[in-house]
Design a protein around this ligand. Structure first.
Ligand code: NAP
Length: 245
C-alpha cells in the first residue's frame, strides 16, 4: 500500500478514523471527510502529515463536486475509495418520519451513490472501492427499517458497478460490520444505559466474546483496498465476531 492515495468518507471518527490510521501506517496518503470542523481538525492532528481532510457533507451533490475538485487539485488521481460516511437513528417503522427517511437515504445511499460516480474520473486503473454497509442487510433488527433500506440499497449497486466499471480497472467490495463500538451509538440518540445494554449483549453473545472495535475492521478494509484482493468482486465480508451465526 506504499504511496497509495485513499479517500475515506466519514474518516473523522469511529471506523473511518481507525482505517485512516491503519492505512497511513501501511504507507498510504489518506484523504478524510466529515461534516464537523472540530472533529475533522482533531482527527487530522491525530493522523499527522500523511492525511488531509475536507469538511464535506456527502448528502449535498454540490459539496461532493467541491470535494472531488479539491482532491484532484492536490493528488490528481486516487487508488482507493472507502465509502464509509453514514448515520444511524433508531425509529420503529410506524414512527419513521419523512425527514428521518430523507436524511438517512440522502447520507447513506444518495451521497454514497454520487460520491462514487463523481470520483470515477480520478480512480486509477487499477483501483478499489469498498462500501460500508451493515449486518442489518441480512439480519432483521427492530427500529432500523430506513437504515436497513439505505444499506441494502448501497449494497445492491456493488454488483452492477463491478460489471460496469471493470473495463476501467475499478472493482467494488463490501464490508458488513456488526455492532461496533463507536460514536455512532451516542449520535443515534440512544441513552447511555441503552448503549451499555447493546454493547453488553453483543459482547456476551458473540463467539468473539467482546464487542467489535473499529481497529478490528481496518486491516480488512486495507486488504480489500489493496491489490492482494484483486480477484475479489462484490465480496461481502461480515465483520461481526460471529454475532450473526
Ligand atoms: N458502529 C456500528 O455499529 C456500525 C455497524 C455497521 C455499519 N456501520 C457503518 O459504519 C460507518 C461508520 O460508522 P461509525 O460507527 O464509525 O460511526 P461514526 O463514528 O459516527 O462515524 C461516522 C462518520 O461519518 C461522518 N458523516 C456522517 N454524516 C455525514 C455526512 N452527511 N457527510 C459527511 N460525513 C458524514 C461523520 O462525520 P460527522 O461526525 O462530522 O458527522 C463521521 O466521520 C457508517 O456508515 C455506519 O452505518 C457502523
Amino acid at each position: 500500500m506504499k504511496n497509495k492515495v485513499i479517500v475515506i468518507t466519514g474518516g473523522t471518527s469511529g471506523i473511518g478514523l481507525a482505517c485512516a490510521k491503519y492505512l497511513i501506517n501501511e504507507g498510504c496518503k489518506v484523504i478524510i471527510t466529515g461534516r464537523t470542523k472540530t472533529t475533522l481538525e482533531n482527527a487530522l492532528k491525530e493522523l499527522g502529515i500523511n492525511a488531509v481532510g475536507f469538511v464535506s457533507d456527502t448528502s449535498k451533490l454540490s459539496a461532493i463536486d467541491v470535494l472531488v475538485t479539491s482532491v484532484k487539485e492536490k493528488f490528481q488521481k486516487i487508488d482507493g475509495l472507502f465509502i464509509n460516511a453514514g448515520i444511524f437513528k433508531s425509529a420503529n417503522f410506524e414512527e419513521t418520519t419523512e425527514s428521518l427517511f430523507d436524511e438517512t437515504m440522502h447520507i447513506n445511499f444518495k451521497g454514497a451513490f454520487f460520491t462514487i460516480q463523481k470520483f470515477i474520473p480520478l480512480l486509477n486503473n487499477p483501483s478499489s472501492i469498498v462500501l460500508n454497509t451493515s449486518i442489518v442487510v441480512f439480519k432483521a433488527f427492530a427500529s432500523t427499517s430506513v437504515y436497513t433500506a439505505s444499506k441494502a440499497a448501497l449494497e445492491s449497486i456493488a454488483k452492477v458497478l463491478n460489471v460496469e466499471l471493470a473495463s476501467k480497472g475499478i472493482r467494488v467490495n463490501v464490508i458488513s460490520p456488526g455492532v461496533t463500538q463507536s460514536p455512532i451509538q451516542k449520535k443515534s440518540g440512544m441513552t447511555d444505559e441503552a448503549i451499555n445494554d447493546l454493547l453488553t449483549h453483543f459482547s456476551t453473545t458473540a463467539p468473539i466474546g467482546r464487542i467489535v472495535q473499529p481497529a478490528d475492521i481496518a486491516p480488512i478494509v486495507s486488504f480489500l483496498l489493496s491489490e492482494n484482493s484483486w480477484v475479489l468482486r462484490n465480496e461481502k465480508v461480515i465483520i461481526d465476531g460471529g454475532a450473526t451465526l
